[in-house]
Each structure stands twice: as C-alpha cells, then as structure tokens.
Write a protein of this length. Structure first.
Length: 246
C-alpha cells in the first residue's frame, strides 16, 4: 500500500550553505498516522532572520544529532521508494535542503504550492498560511493536533505539516471538482510537473498589469526579459513565450 509523506523542514537560513535544523512529517496510508518531528544540530549558525521566523535558537539544537543521524531521517530513507508520495508546499526548497544531506527523492512528488497555483489561479496569494486563514483551516487545527499529539505553532515544521494536511484535503476536493474524470492524487502529481500560466505581473514597471496586455503593447520589453534576466523562473518564461506566440 502506498504511503503519503507530508513534510516540512526548518533551516538555518535560505542560502546555499544553510542546512536543516528541524525535520517534521506525517506518514499516511497505514492503519495509523505516524508522526516524526526532530531537531538536529548543524555546523552552520542559525541566521537571525530565520530565527525570527521559526523561533529555533542555538540552545534548542545544542547536543542534538546531525540530520543524517536522526531516526526521522533514517525512516525517510526507508520510505523513499517510487510507490510512495512526497507532499510539500514549495517543494524545491525542502527537497534542495534534503539533497544537501544526501537524500535523492525517489517518491512521486506533489508540490501543493504549484497545484494551488493551477487550481486557485485567481487568489491573491498561495502561501500555506494564506490558505490557513482563507479556508478556515485554523478552526480545525486543535482537534486534529490533539488527536496526533502535535503542538501547532506557526512556521514550525510539524505545525506547518499539520496545516498542510488540512489544506491537502481541500485541495484534493478542488482538483476532483475541476478534473472529475481523473484520479485526483495522480492529477496533483501531474500538475506539479506542468508549467503554470502567469497572468499578472508581480514585479517591475508593469506590476499589476495583465501579461497578455503587456505582450500586445510592449513585446520588446518581454523579449528583453527573456534575453537578459538570467534568474527569470521557468513559469514566467513559459508564459511570456506563450503570450508572444514564440
């Protein structure tokens, strides 16, 4: 039977050298939901902006094992097979952090951030905390947390995993409604891989404008973006090419 691993990490920061200091995940698909939540030490100091977000201090990880020595990490290695599903909100970040610890994903991946952008394309934001309030998920948290023995704290790995579990239920319903003839889980796997059509500029001189309108009015600017902006993400690159008809 397939297992579904809903995962989140907290880290020393977001730069290339930063590392995991908390690993939290739930394992669904068995008779009972399994909870894994551990802090780990790191040779990289926790940056103050990161500490401000997740509240993990050096004292909290002092004396803890390295990430790869944690029981939760070893269990994750056991679960890492093509039959299972990894579910993360903004997967590239967490997968990238796990790769630094020697973890190479073999599971099918569902990135709920990308799926949400496909399904809820007109929302103002797609952050997990946004949906936590927009969908009223916070009203269900205590009952769910008590049943699993989890303490819910914003931007805590296992707390965010619990919110993601609740969000996943609503996201699955929305996928099923939009694609009634398809398996919603496999459709989420597929949507994770598909490019996202960007409709509105979120940055630059055309911020707030429709991308399609800018393509008609100032196509040279968009072609300049494609040529000159090396850090342009693949979804924006895909969308510009589509609206330019290139």
């Amino acid at each position: 039977m397939a297992k579904y691993i809903i995962l989140d990490t907290e880290t020393t920061g977001t730069d290339e050298l930063d590392r995991i200091i908390q690993l939290g995940y739930l394992v669904l698909g068995g008779k009972e939901i399994e909870v894994y939540n551990e802090f780990c030490s790191s040779d990289i100091e926790i940056k103050y902006p990161a500490m401000e977000v997740h509240g993990i201090t050096p004292e909290m990880i002092e004396g803890k094992p390295k990430c790869t020595d944690m029981a939760s990490y070893q269990k994750l290695l056991e679960l890492n097979t093509p039959d299972n599903y990894m579910i993360i909100h903004n997967a590239p970040f967490d997968i990238g952090m796990l790769q630094k610890e020697g973890f190479n994903l073999q599971m099918k991946l569902i990135d709920t951030l990308r799926v949400a952008k496909h399904i809820f394309e007109d929302e103002d934001a797609h952050r997990l905390q946004y949906f936590r309030y927009k969908m009223g998920l916070y009203k269900q948290e205590k009952q769910e947390a008590d049943a699993l023995g989890i303490e819910v704290k914003a931007h805590d790995a296992i707390g965010d995993v619990l919110v993601l579990k609740l969000f996943l239920t609503e996201l699955r319903k929305a996928v099923q409604a939009k694609f009634p003839n398809e398996n919603p889980v496999e459709k989420m796997v597929a949507l994770t891989k598909e490019p996202i059509l960007v409709k509105i500029f979120r940055f630059g001189k055309y911020r707030g404008r429709m991308l399609q309108e800018v393509a008609a009015e100032d196509p040279q600017y968009l072609r300049w973006m494609l040529k000159s902006m090396e850090n342009l993400d693949e979804d924006m690159r895909y969308s510009i090419n589509l609206y330019l008809g290139d």
